[in-house]
Design a protein around this ligand. Structure first.
Ligand code: NAP
Length: 331
């Protein structure tokens, strides 16, 4: 049954996850304060961040203001954050989650994700992209996903995370965790948009009752700035926002292309976390519950899939050659 007009999806543990959240990657602390405030005003109750984004403390300030002023209760919010790549060791999980909670000024997060299946060997909490004397990223070749996941489970039992999940894992890696877990992953966050619809991975997750969350749902055009910092060639970003089929469907509903792209994923039962720092676009991206795409329109959008993965993490040198590099198998 189509319940895409509902604002939430159910996680397997009974928790409700809002179908739309605010993405915050590449937002500076000042930008994110304004964006989170605008988003909460617009009705968003789900915020996606990560220790790596270095903006948790600013997000925490806004949340605290809203809660202290009585405008919001903690339980109305759904906050996701992620273990940094340098935290992919069982003994580091609690430490990094406690740092995130301190930043966010919260007692618990609603969802804690392992950000990436490959770990980096950092010297300290601030050394997020550790490099050796030759300037090469120091990758961890000894990490063990099973023991790492056990440390994640401990966080649920300790009440620091309501649910735990994965990001950028392929189906074989997820399977290893599902087979050995006491508390299974509730969520998988991966790249997904009209040109990269991940049909097989979605079907796999559905089988295991894992809710999928799409990052880069609008094509992540701001990613170009990020890659420039690493001195790698400009990534090819998918121009889904300019697609003529999307524009035609948008016109028919008097909506924008962004709204159609988000609505398409929502109707596929995928959670979306579009990032914006513009008040008008933050509002625009939330106005996706007052129209429904027809079966024919959904089919036209599904036909746009080009299996076009653009987040390949090649800005992190050596990562594509690591044995746990997730994107060498089809899904
Ligand atoms: P995205 O949400 O697909 O795209 C954001 C870009 O689109 C920004 O440049 C934004 O610019 C622009 N934009 C937003 N709304 C728009 C609209 N209505 N019309 C036109 N342009 C619009 O890309 P993303 O930030 O890469 O992904 C979303 C979130 O997913 C991230 O912020 C992060 O929270 C998460 N993420 C997670 C991972 C992971 O490894 N787990 C990786 C990437 C992203 P303005 O800000 O100027 O509006």
């Amino acid at each position: 049954m189509d319940n895409s007009h509902h604002l939430h999806l159910n996680l397997f543990n009974g928790q409700l996850i809002p179908r739309i959240g605010l993405g915050t990657w590449q937002c500076t602390p000042d930008e994110v304060k304004e964006a989170v405030n605008d988003a909460l005003e617009a009705g968003y109750r789900h915020i996606d961040t990560a220790y790596l984004y270095q903006n948790e403390a600013a997000i925490g300030e806004v949340i605290q203001e809203w809660i202290n002023s009585g405008k919001l209760k903690r339980e109305e919010l759904f906050i996701t954050t992620k273990l940094p790549f340098t935290g992919n060791k069982p003994e580091k999980v609690e430490h990094f989650l406690k740092l995130s909670l301190e930043n966010l000024k919260l007692d618990y997060v609603d969802l804690y994700l392992i950000h990436f299946p490959i770990g980096f060997r950092g010297e300290d909490d601030h050394d997020l992209f550790p490099r050796d004397e030759n300037g090469r990223l120091i990758l961890d070749f000894d990490s063990n996903m099973i023991t790492l996941w056990k440390a994640m489970e401990t966080q649920v039992e300790a009440g620091r995370a309501k649910a735990i999940g994965l990001s950028n894992f392929n189906s074989h890696q997820i399977e290893r965790i599902v087979q050995t877990s006491r508390i299974k992953p509730a969520n998988l966050q991966v790249e997904m948009h009209a040109y990269f619809q991940q049909k097989r991975l979605r079907a796999y997750c559905k089988k295991h009752d894992i809710v999928v969350c799409a990052y880069g749902p609008l094509g992540s055009k701001g990613r170009v700035d990020f890659s420039a910092r690493f001195g790698v060639p400009k990534p090819q970003v998918p121009d889904v926002l300019d697609d003529p089929v999307v524009a035609e469907i948008a016109n028919a509903h008097m909506k924008t292309s962004a709204q159609v792209l988000l609505r398409h994923l929502i109707q596929l039962n995928v959670v979306v976390i579009p990032k914006s720092v513009s008040q008008s676009r933050i509002r625009e991206n939330y106005e996706v519950f007052d129209f429904v795409l027809t079966a024919n329109e959904m089919e036209k959008l599904s036909q746009l899939d080009k299996n076009n993965r653009t987040f390949i993490f090649d800005e992190y040198d050596g990562v594509p050659d690591h044995p746990e590099y997730p994107f060498i198998i089809p899904y």
